[in-house]
Design a protein around this ligand. Sequence first.
Ligand code: PA5
Length: 420
Amino acid sequence: MLKLTIHNFNEIISRLDEQAKAAAVTSVLESLSAGEYGFVNILGNEKQINSLKELLHTLNAFADTLIVLGIGGSDLGGRAIAQALGEKGSWDVIFAGDTTDPVSLEDVLKDVDWSKTIVNVVSKSGNTLETMTYYAICKDRAQKALGEHWNDHFVFTTDADSGILHRESQQFDIAQIPVPDNVGGRFSVLSAVGLFPALALGADAENLLAGGRSAVEQFTQSKMQSIPAQIALYQYAQLTLENRDLAVMMPYSSQLYEFARWFRQLWAESLGKDGKGIMPILSYGPADQHSQLQFYTQGKDTSTFTFLRVADHGVHVRVPSSGIPELEHLADVDMSDLINIQEEGTREALVDAGRPSVTIELPQVDALHLGEMFVTWELAVVILAKLLAVNAFDQPGVEDSKQKTLARLANLSKLKNDIY
Ligand code: PA5
Protein backbone atom coordinates (compact mmCIF):
# COMPACT_ATOMS: atom_id res chain seq x y z
CA MET A 1 0.00 0.00 0.00
CA LEU A 2 1.09 3.57 -0.69
CA LYS A 3 2.21 5.71 2.23
CA LEU A 4 1.28 9.39 2.28
CA THR A 5 2.99 12.11 4.32
CA ILE A 6 1.83 15.72 4.06
CA HIS A 7 3.63 18.52 5.78
CA ASN A 8 1.38 20.61 8.07
CA PHE A 9 -1.75 18.92 6.71
CA ASN A 10 -4.05 19.50 9.69
CA GLU A 11 -3.08 23.11 10.15
CA ILE A 12 -4.02 24.24 6.64
CA ILE A 13 -6.98 21.87 6.16
CA SER A 14 -8.64 23.17 9.33
CA ARG A 15 -8.86 26.56 7.63
CA LEU A 16 -11.05 25.19 4.81
CA ASP A 17 -14.81 25.39 4.95
CA GLU A 18 -16.04 22.09 6.49
CA GLN A 19 -19.09 21.83 4.26
CA ALA A 20 -17.24 22.50 1.01
CA LYS A 21 -14.65 19.82 1.86
CA ALA A 22 -17.22 17.19 2.70
CA ALA A 23 -19.50 18.06 -0.23
CA ALA A 24 -16.76 17.49 -2.83
CA VAL A 25 -15.70 14.14 -1.40
CA THR A 26 -19.29 12.99 -0.90
CA SER A 27 -20.25 13.96 -4.42
CA VAL A 28 -17.36 11.92 -5.89
CA LEU A 29 -18.28 8.96 -3.65
CA GLU A 30 -21.88 9.18 -4.88
CA SER A 31 -20.86 9.30 -8.55
CA LEU A 32 -18.56 6.38 -7.92
CA SER A 33 -21.24 4.20 -6.40
CA ALA A 34 -23.61 5.19 -9.23
CA GLY A 35 -21.04 3.76 -11.67
CA GLU A 36 -20.48 7.11 -13.39
CA TYR A 37 -16.70 6.88 -13.66
CA GLY A 38 -15.57 4.91 -16.69
CA PHE A 39 -11.97 4.84 -15.45
CA VAL A 40 -13.18 2.96 -12.34
CA ASN A 41 -15.61 0.66 -14.16
CA ILE A 42 -12.80 -0.73 -16.33
CA LEU A 43 -10.90 -2.01 -13.30
CA GLY A 44 -13.07 -5.12 -13.11
CA ASN A 45 -12.45 -5.93 -16.75
CA GLU A 46 -10.17 -8.93 -16.29
CA LYS A 47 -11.90 -10.86 -19.07
CA GLN A 48 -10.51 -8.40 -21.56
CA ILE A 49 -6.98 -9.26 -20.44
CA ASN A 50 -7.46 -12.82 -21.66
CA SER A 51 -8.62 -11.71 -25.09
CA LEU A 52 -5.70 -9.26 -25.36
CA LYS A 53 -3.32 -12.06 -24.39
CA GLU A 54 -4.82 -14.32 -27.04
CA LEU A 55 -4.46 -11.66 -29.70
CA LEU A 56 -0.82 -11.07 -28.75
CA HIS A 57 -0.18 -14.80 -28.77
CA THR A 58 -1.59 -15.12 -32.31
CA LEU A 59 0.49 -12.20 -33.52
CA ASN A 60 3.60 -13.48 -31.76
CA ALA A 61 3.54 -16.49 -34.11
CA PHE A 62 5.06 -14.29 -36.84
CA ALA A 63 5.99 -10.97 -35.19
CA ASP A 64 8.21 -9.88 -32.31
CA THR A 65 8.20 -6.07 -32.55
CA LEU A 66 5.30 -3.86 -31.49
CA ILE A 67 5.31 -0.20 -32.51
CA VAL A 68 2.78 1.74 -30.45
CA LEU A 69 1.51 4.92 -32.12
CA GLY A 70 -0.42 7.39 -29.98
CA ILE A 71 -0.23 10.79 -28.33
CA GLY A 72 -1.36 12.35 -25.05
CA GLY A 73 -3.63 10.00 -23.14
CA SER A 74 -3.14 7.39 -25.85
CA ASP A 75 0.60 7.33 -25.22
CA LEU A 76 1.76 8.52 -21.82
CA GLY A 77 0.20 5.75 -19.72
CA GLY A 78 1.78 3.03 -21.83
CA ARG A 79 5.15 4.72 -21.55
CA ALA A 80 4.74 5.01 -17.77
CA ILE A 81 4.02 1.27 -17.51
CA ALA A 82 6.93 0.40 -19.79
CA GLN A 83 9.42 2.47 -17.84
CA ALA A 84 8.22 1.38 -14.40
CA LEU A 85 7.85 -2.32 -15.06
CA GLY A 86 10.54 -2.84 -17.66
CA GLU A 87 10.65 -5.28 -20.53
CA LYS A 88 10.34 -8.94 -19.68
CA GLY A 89 8.06 -10.12 -22.50
CA SER A 90 8.69 -11.71 -25.86
CA TRP A 91 8.07 -8.43 -27.71
CA ASP A 92 10.32 -5.52 -28.45
CA VAL A 93 7.97 -2.59 -27.73
CA ILE A 94 8.65 0.84 -29.25
CA PHE A 95 6.54 3.89 -28.36
CA ALA A 96 6.32 6.40 -31.20
CA GLY A 97 3.70 8.64 -32.82
CA ASP A 98 3.82 11.46 -30.27
CA THR A 99 5.45 13.82 -32.74
CA THR A 100 5.44 14.88 -36.36
CA ASP A 101 9.21 15.39 -36.31
CA PRO A 102 10.51 13.59 -39.43
CA VAL A 103 13.90 12.93 -37.79
CA SER A 104 12.31 10.94 -35.00
CA LEU A 105 9.96 9.17 -37.43
CA GLU A 106 12.80 8.02 -39.71
CA ASP A 107 14.80 6.99 -36.70
CA VAL A 108 12.00 4.60 -35.68
CA LEU A 109 11.00 3.37 -39.14
CA LYS A 110 14.29 3.10 -41.01
CA ASP A 111 15.22 -0.39 -39.85
CA VAL A 112 11.76 -1.90 -39.42
CA ASP A 113 11.41 -5.48 -40.61
CA TRP A 114 7.75 -5.26 -41.58
CA SER A 115 7.32 -9.03 -41.75
CA LYS A 116 7.99 -9.21 -37.99
CA THR A 117 6.35 -5.96 -36.91
CA ILE A 118 2.89 -5.10 -35.59
CA VAL A 119 1.77 -1.48 -35.40
CA ASN A 120 -0.68 -0.77 -32.60
CA VAL A 121 -2.37 2.50 -33.53
CA VAL A 122 -3.96 3.98 -30.41
CA SER A 123 -6.42 6.84 -30.74
CA LYS A 124 -9.75 7.05 -28.96
CA SER A 125 -11.16 9.48 -31.53
CA GLY A 126 -9.34 7.70 -34.34
CA ASN A 127 -8.71 11.08 -35.95
CA THR A 128 -5.76 12.77 -34.22
CA LEU A 129 -3.33 14.51 -36.58
CA GLU A 130 0.00 13.21 -35.25
CA THR A 131 -1.19 9.62 -34.90
CA MET A 132 -2.99 9.59 -38.26
CA THR A 133 0.03 11.03 -40.07
CA TYR A 134 2.25 8.34 -38.61
CA TYR A 135 -0.33 5.69 -39.45
CA ALA A 136 -0.57 6.87 -43.08
CA ILE A 137 3.21 6.54 -43.42
CA CYS A 138 3.32 3.11 -41.73
CA LYS A 139 0.44 1.89 -43.88
CA ASP A 140 2.24 2.98 -47.05
CA ARG A 141 5.52 1.33 -46.01
CA ALA A 142 3.83 -1.86 -44.87
CA GLN A 143 1.89 -2.08 -48.14
CA LYS A 144 5.11 -1.67 -50.12
CA ALA A 145 6.96 -4.24 -48.02
CA LEU A 146 4.20 -6.81 -47.55
CA GLY A 147 1.74 -6.41 -50.39
CA GLU A 148 -1.87 -7.50 -49.84
CA HIS A 149 -1.33 -8.91 -46.33
CA TRP A 150 -0.20 -5.58 -44.87
CA ASN A 151 -3.39 -5.36 -42.80
CA ASP A 152 -2.38 -8.34 -40.64
CA HIS A 153 0.36 -6.14 -39.22
CA PHE A 154 -1.93 -3.52 -37.67
CA VAL A 155 -4.06 -3.48 -34.53
CA PHE A 156 -6.20 -0.44 -33.76
CA THR A 157 -7.19 0.61 -30.24
CA THR A 158 -9.99 3.06 -30.91
CA ASP A 159 -13.65 3.95 -30.57
CA ALA A 160 -15.93 1.04 -31.46
CA ASP A 161 -18.15 2.99 -33.87
CA SER A 162 -16.56 6.15 -35.22
CA GLY A 163 -13.41 7.84 -36.51
CA ILE A 164 -10.97 7.28 -39.36
CA LEU A 165 -9.34 4.31 -37.66
CA HIS A 166 -12.66 2.57 -37.17
CA ARG A 167 -13.46 3.12 -40.84
CA GLU A 168 -10.05 1.79 -41.88
CA SER A 169 -10.52 -1.29 -39.72
CA GLN A 170 -13.85 -2.04 -41.42
CA GLN A 171 -12.53 -1.41 -44.90
CA PHE A 172 -9.30 -3.39 -44.58
CA ASP A 173 -10.33 -6.00 -42.01
CA ILE A 174 -7.89 -4.81 -39.36
CA ALA A 175 -8.07 -6.08 -35.76
CA GLN A 176 -9.77 -3.52 -33.55
CA ILE A 177 -9.78 -3.26 -29.75
CA PRO A 178 -12.46 -0.87 -28.49
CA VAL A 179 -11.83 1.96 -26.02
CA PRO A 180 -14.93 2.22 -23.79
CA ASP A 181 -17.15 5.23 -24.52
CA ASN A 182 -16.94 6.91 -21.16
CA VAL A 183 -13.17 6.64 -20.64
CA GLY A 184 -11.35 9.78 -21.79
CA GLY A 185 -7.78 9.62 -23.10
CA ARG A 186 -5.94 10.71 -19.96
CA PHE A 187 -8.05 8.33 -17.84
CA SER A 188 -7.57 5.36 -20.18
CA VAL A 189 -4.25 3.88 -19.04
CA LEU A 190 -5.88 0.83 -17.42
CA SER A 191 -8.07 0.11 -20.46
CA ALA A 192 -6.74 -1.69 -23.54
CA VAL A 193 -4.92 1.57 -24.37
CA GLY A 194 -2.27 0.82 -21.75
CA LEU A 195 -2.91 -2.87 -21.14
CA PHE A 196 -2.20 -4.12 -24.67
CA PRO A 197 1.36 -2.71 -24.74
CA ALA A 198 1.72 -3.65 -21.06
CA LEU A 199 1.01 -7.29 -21.87
CA ALA A 200 3.45 -7.22 -24.77
CA LEU A 201 6.02 -5.91 -22.33
CA GLY A 202 5.35 -8.86 -20.06
CA ALA A 203 3.81 -6.68 -17.34
CA ASP A 204 1.35 -8.12 -14.85
CA ALA A 205 -1.90 -6.60 -16.17
CA GLU A 206 -4.05 -8.40 -13.58
CA ASN A 207 -2.10 -6.73 -10.80
CA LEU A 208 -2.28 -3.33 -12.49
CA LEU A 209 -6.07 -3.64 -12.27
CA ALA A 210 -5.94 -5.07 -8.74
CA GLY A 211 -3.81 -2.10 -7.65
CA GLY A 212 -6.34 0.26 -9.21
CA ARG A 213 -9.17 -1.47 -7.36
CA SER A 214 -7.32 -1.18 -4.06
CA ALA A 215 -7.04 2.61 -4.58
CA VAL A 216 -10.82 2.75 -5.08
CA GLU A 217 -11.36 0.62 -1.97
CA GLN A 218 -9.05 2.81 0.08
CA PHE A 219 -11.02 5.87 -1.06
CA THR A 220 -14.46 4.40 -0.38
CA GLN A 221 -13.43 3.11 3.04
CA SER A 222 -11.38 6.04 4.32
CA LYS A 223 -13.30 8.83 2.51
CA MET A 224 -11.98 12.19 3.75
CA GLN A 225 -8.95 10.43 5.25
CA SER A 226 -8.14 8.57 2.04
CA ILE A 227 -5.00 9.35 0.05
CA PRO A 228 -6.80 10.86 -2.98
CA ALA A 229 -9.01 13.04 -0.77
CA GLN A 230 -6.08 14.28 1.31
CA ILE A 231 -4.03 15.13 -1.79
CA ALA A 232 -6.98 16.99 -3.32
CA LEU A 233 -7.89 18.88 -0.15
CA TYR A 234 -4.29 19.89 0.49
CA GLN A 235 -3.78 21.16 -3.06
CA TYR A 236 -7.08 23.03 -2.90
CA ALA A 237 -6.16 24.60 0.43
CA GLN A 238 -2.74 25.66 -0.84
CA LEU A 239 -4.35 27.21 -3.92
CA THR A 240 -7.22 29.02 -2.29
CA LEU A 241 -5.65 30.00 1.04
CA GLU A 242 -2.01 30.55 0.05
CA ASN A 243 -2.22 31.30 -3.70
CA ARG A 244 0.04 28.40 -4.60
CA ASP A 245 -1.06 27.54 -8.12
CA LEU A 246 1.88 25.42 -9.28
CA ALA A 247 2.29 21.75 -8.38
CA VAL A 248 5.77 20.31 -8.80
CA MET A 249 6.02 16.53 -8.94
CA MET A 250 9.53 15.23 -8.29
CA PRO A 251 10.07 11.48 -8.52
CA TYR A 252 13.21 10.09 -6.88
CA SER A 253 13.14 7.01 -9.07
CA SER A 254 14.16 6.60 -12.70
CA GLN A 255 11.23 4.18 -13.00
CA LEU A 256 8.68 6.89 -12.21
CA TYR A 257 9.72 9.75 -14.47
CA GLU A 258 7.23 8.75 -17.18
CA PHE A 259 4.59 8.36 -14.47
CA ALA A 260 5.17 12.01 -13.58
CA ARG A 261 4.74 12.92 -17.29
CA TRP A 262 1.46 11.01 -17.26
CA PHE A 263 0.43 12.90 -14.09
CA ARG A 264 1.30 16.22 -15.73
CA GLN A 265 -1.20 15.64 -18.54
CA LEU A 266 -3.87 14.36 -16.16
CA TRP A 267 -3.56 17.41 -13.92
CA ALA A 268 -3.23 20.04 -16.68
CA GLU A 269 -6.07 18.88 -18.94
CA SER A 270 -8.45 17.99 -16.13
CA LEU A 271 -8.05 21.15 -14.03
CA GLY A 272 -6.83 23.95 -16.29
CA LYS A 273 -10.04 25.57 -17.50
CA ASP A 274 -12.44 28.45 -16.82
CA GLY A 275 -9.45 30.55 -15.73
CA LYS A 276 -8.79 28.09 -12.89
CA GLY A 277 -6.43 25.22 -12.14
CA ILE A 278 -3.09 24.29 -10.66
CA MET A 279 -0.29 24.04 -13.18
CA PRO A 280 1.69 20.80 -12.97
CA ILE A 281 5.48 21.00 -13.23
CA LEU A 282 7.72 18.04 -13.90
CA SER A 283 10.90 17.75 -11.91
CA TYR A 284 13.35 14.90 -11.39
CA GLY A 285 15.34 13.93 -8.35
CA PRO A 286 18.16 14.10 -7.64
CA ALA A 287 19.18 15.73 -10.97
CA ASP A 288 16.98 18.79 -10.50
CA GLN A 289 18.44 19.50 -7.06
CA HIS A 290 21.27 20.89 -9.17
CA SER A 291 18.98 22.72 -11.56
CA GLN A 292 15.68 23.79 -9.96
CA LEU A 293 16.08 23.52 -6.19
CA GLN A 294 17.49 27.01 -5.73
CA PHE A 295 14.21 28.37 -7.08
CA TYR A 296 12.14 25.90 -5.10
CA THR A 297 13.69 26.90 -1.77
CA GLN A 298 14.23 30.63 -2.24
CA GLY A 299 12.37 31.73 -5.36
CA LYS A 300 8.77 32.91 -5.64
CA ASP A 301 6.65 30.96 -3.16
CA THR A 302 3.86 29.78 -5.46
CA SER A 303 4.39 26.00 -5.62
CA THR A 304 3.63 22.83 -3.75
CA PHE A 305 6.05 19.90 -4.04
CA THR A 306 5.07 16.26 -4.39
CA PHE A 307 7.89 13.79 -3.87
CA LEU A 308 7.61 10.22 -5.12
CA ARG A 309 9.93 7.80 -3.36
CA VAL A 310 10.39 4.05 -3.34
CA ALA A 311 11.15 2.14 -0.12
CA ASP A 312 12.98 -0.66 -1.90
CA HIS A 313 14.37 0.12 -5.35
CA GLY A 314 14.95 -3.59 -5.91
CA VAL A 315 18.56 -3.21 -7.00
CA HIS A 316 21.15 -3.03 -4.24
CA VAL A 317 24.48 -1.53 -5.08
CA ARG A 318 26.79 -0.66 -2.22
CA VAL A 319 29.31 2.13 -2.62
CA PRO A 320 32.74 0.56 -2.15
CA SER A 321 35.38 1.89 0.17
CA SER A 322 37.41 3.95 -2.27
CA GLY A 323 40.41 4.81 -0.11
CA ILE A 324 39.52 8.49 -0.61
CA PRO A 325 39.19 10.03 2.90
CA GLU A 326 36.51 12.57 1.87
CA LEU A 327 34.32 9.75 0.50
CA GLU A 328 34.65 7.36 3.44
CA HIS A 329 31.21 8.35 4.79
CA LEU A 330 29.77 6.80 1.62
CA ALA A 331 31.53 3.47 2.03
CA ASP A 332 29.08 0.58 2.18
CA VAL A 333 26.06 2.84 1.70
CA ASP A 334 23.30 1.13 -0.31
CA MET A 335 22.41 3.41 -3.25
CA SER A 336 18.74 2.58 -2.71
CA ASP A 337 19.14 4.30 0.68
CA LEU A 338 21.27 7.09 -0.76
CA ILE A 339 18.62 8.28 -3.21
CA ASN A 340 15.99 8.18 -0.44
CA ILE A 341 18.24 10.17 1.90
CA GLN A 342 18.61 12.73 -0.87
CA GLU A 343 14.83 13.00 -1.15
CA GLU A 344 14.61 13.52 2.63
CA GLY A 345 17.33 16.17 2.55
CA THR A 346 15.57 18.06 -0.23
CA ARG A 347 12.24 17.83 1.55
CA GLU A 348 13.77 19.07 4.81
CA ALA A 349 15.31 22.04 2.99
CA LEU A 350 11.89 22.89 1.59
CA VAL A 351 10.18 22.50 4.97
CA ASP A 352 12.78 24.79 6.54
CA ALA A 353 12.12 27.30 3.79
CA GLY A 354 8.38 27.15 4.61
CA ARG A 355 7.46 25.41 1.35
CA PRO A 356 4.62 22.83 1.38
CA SER A 357 5.29 19.22 0.49
CA VAL A 358 3.50 15.94 -0.08
CA THR A 359 5.36 12.62 -0.14
CA ILE A 360 4.11 9.36 -1.54
CA GLU A 361 6.16 6.28 -0.85
CA LEU A 362 5.73 3.09 -2.87
CA PRO A 363 6.96 -0.05 -1.09
CA GLN A 364 8.41 -1.05 -4.47
CA VAL A 365 7.74 -0.28 -8.11
CA ASP A 366 5.58 -3.18 -9.26
CA ALA A 367 2.32 -3.63 -11.14
CA LEU A 368 0.19 -3.55 -7.99
CA HIS A 369 1.55 -0.25 -6.71
CA LEU A 370 1.68 1.33 -10.16
CA GLY A 371 -2.01 0.49 -10.67
CA GLU A 372 -2.73 1.97 -7.25
CA MET A 373 -0.82 5.13 -8.18
CA PHE A 374 -2.71 5.65 -11.45
CA VAL A 375 -6.12 5.41 -9.82
CA THR A 376 -5.13 7.34 -6.69
CA TRP A 377 -4.16 10.33 -8.84
CA GLU A 378 -7.22 9.93 -11.10
CA LEU A 379 -9.49 10.05 -8.05
CA ALA A 380 -7.51 12.96 -6.58
CA VAL A 381 -7.94 15.02 -9.75
CA VAL A 382 -11.67 14.28 -9.88
CA ILE A 383 -12.11 15.44 -6.25
CA LEU A 384 -10.01 18.51 -6.91
CA ALA A 385 -12.07 19.31 -10.01
CA LYS A 386 -15.22 19.16 -7.83
CA LEU A 387 -13.63 21.54 -5.32
CA LEU A 388 -12.68 23.92 -8.13
CA ALA A 389 -16.06 23.48 -9.84
CA VAL A 390 -14.56 22.52 -13.21
CA ASN A 391 -15.31 19.56 -15.47
CA ALA A 392 -12.43 17.07 -15.10
CA PHE A 393 -13.37 15.18 -18.23
CA ASP A 394 -13.28 17.72 -21.06
CA GLN A 395 -10.48 19.70 -22.72
CA PRO A 396 -12.08 22.53 -24.72
CA GLY A 397 -8.88 24.56 -24.69
CA VAL A 398 -7.09 21.98 -26.81
CA GLU A 399 -9.66 22.44 -29.59
CA ASP A 400 -8.56 25.98 -30.45
CA SER A 401 -5.03 24.89 -31.32
CA LYS A 402 -6.39 21.92 -33.25
CA GLN A 403 -8.64 24.18 -35.33
CA LYS A 404 -5.86 26.66 -36.03
CA THR A 405 -3.50 23.89 -37.15
CA LEU A 406 -6.26 22.44 -39.28
CA ALA A 407 -6.84 25.82 -40.96
CA ARG A 408 -3.13 25.99 -41.82
CA LEU A 409 -3.27 22.49 -43.26
CA ALA A 410 -6.35 23.17 -45.35
CA ASN A 411 -4.25 23.71 -48.48
CA LEU A 412 -2.41 20.43 -48.16
CA SER A 413 -4.28 17.93 -50.27
CA LYS A 414 -2.87 14.86 -48.52
CA LEU A 415 -4.66 15.59 -45.26
CA LYS A 416 -8.40 15.34 -45.27
CA ASN A 417 -10.70 17.68 -43.42
CA ASP A 418 -11.87 15.04 -41.02
CA ILE A 419 -8.47 14.81 -39.35
CA TYR A 420 -8.98 15.71 -35.69
O1 PA5 B 1 -6.82 13.18 -22.61
C1 PA5 B 1 -7.18 13.39 -23.74
O2 PA5 B 1 -8.37 13.26 -24.07
C2 PA5 B 1 -6.21 13.81 -24.84
O3 PA5 B 1 -4.95 14.07 -24.36
C3 PA5 B 1 -6.08 12.68 -25.86
O4 PA5 B 1 -5.61 11.52 -25.23
C4 PA5 B 1 -5.14 13.05 -27.01
O5 PA5 B 1 -5.55 14.27 -27.60
C5 PA5 B 1 -5.16 11.95 -28.06
O6 PA5 B 1 -6.46 11.75 -28.52
P1 PA5 B 1 -6.88 10.44 -29.25
O7 PA5 B 1 -6.75 9.31 -28.31
O8 PA5 B 1 -8.29 10.67 -29.68
O9 PA5 B 1 -5.95 10.28 -30.43
